[in-house]
Design a protein around this ligand. Sequence first.
Ligand code: MG
Length: 451
Amino acid sequence: MTSSTLMVSVSGMRGIVGTDLTPELVARYAAALGAWAVGRGQPVVVVGRDARTSGAMFAQAAIAGLNSVGVNVIDVGVVPTPTVQLAVEHHHAGAGLIITASHNPVQWNALKFVGPDGIFLDAAAGAAVRALADEGPSRAGWDGIGSVRRDDQAVDRHLEAVYRLVDVDAIRARRFVVALDCVRGAGGPVITKLLEHLGCRVAGIHLEPDGRFPREPEPLPENLGELCQLVRDSGADIGLAVDPDVDRLALVDEHGRAIGEDYTLAFAVRAVLSRARRGDPATVVANLSTSLVVEDAAAAFGAKFVRAAVGEANVAEAIKTEGALIGGEGNGGVILPSLHIGRDAPLGVALILQYLAVEGTTPSQVVAGAPRYRIVKAKSPRGANLEVLYRGLVERFHDGQVDRRDGLRLGWRDRWVHVRPSGTEPIIRYIAEAPTEEAARALIATCQELV
Ligand code: MG
């Protein structure tokens, strides 16, 4: 249980299949999550997974573990992560268990624990589940074993909920041609169905949900060359890429240029705020490392913009406390609390197509209509004392706005730099954004001089 690649986090664990993530371990943690739900008087758990080749094996182990503590399992099969979260709410389940390593390479898999509210477990609940796993939950006898039933309607319910939030007729009238790359994860059938319902013609690659990722699965521009080519070859109006568990969405413009994941949330913010009733106070939440393009999108509609610490749980918490209309992360994660508080790529697709349809615009025009920035990332070995580094940086950049909630973030109107220790490696990560790459690099160089 202490192998170097097995990582246990607040709301789950991940590891390399066969090396440190084994069916025995999965069954044990699933039993612990089940015991936690039983202890709260809600002995029903929804199980779903992405398309990884190890997924079926781990799902069987997880279901056995859950049944062993008396939990009745609802198995939603190979579905997007947000679909599982919605199914937990729909079934009033005590918890959800998602078997997915999200954007990580194919040799990884992971467990993600969802609470009864459809949101990933917070630190306290996650610690309670870990404690149950360590002590070994008490198992049911022959007459207390839980049941299993399939729910094949979870995706359709999810998509129906998305359709209710957008102007389907307006999108259909545009008759979009959409290029789509789902990296052979869980998204292919789901996003195809969504697009066809919205009257789009789909030119797709890697739509087979067999988990045999043909490229690095994270939807970063450098991994989307094939999709960019497909956009040009098919004359598509937009290119869409999702990660294997379909909570992150990246866009390619109509000229075949990958525009970066930050624009996903910026487009979605414009989609939602452009239809919000005038005069309604609107708040947008993103994290400390999210691009200024999102802040600019909020400002264009007079919305309040709030930044939360990095991590989906922190963004979710801020969305709740701020009563935000929309929020998310700069990595392509769109959260619309009126649907549920979790990143949702199918929702993002529908919102963005609606915006393009209603405004009669194109992705490249939306990008060109607002200031452009460059983001630069770097890292260096972690020194002895981060506090000394942070104090030095605050002195050096005395005119910057200081935020200490998550490492150190220094902000100005059109640029910022964020310095924080990695959670998984002994390094310091730097991320800077400025109107030019040169200016962003200069911010990072100054930080690194002080390390
Ligand atoms: Mg993901």
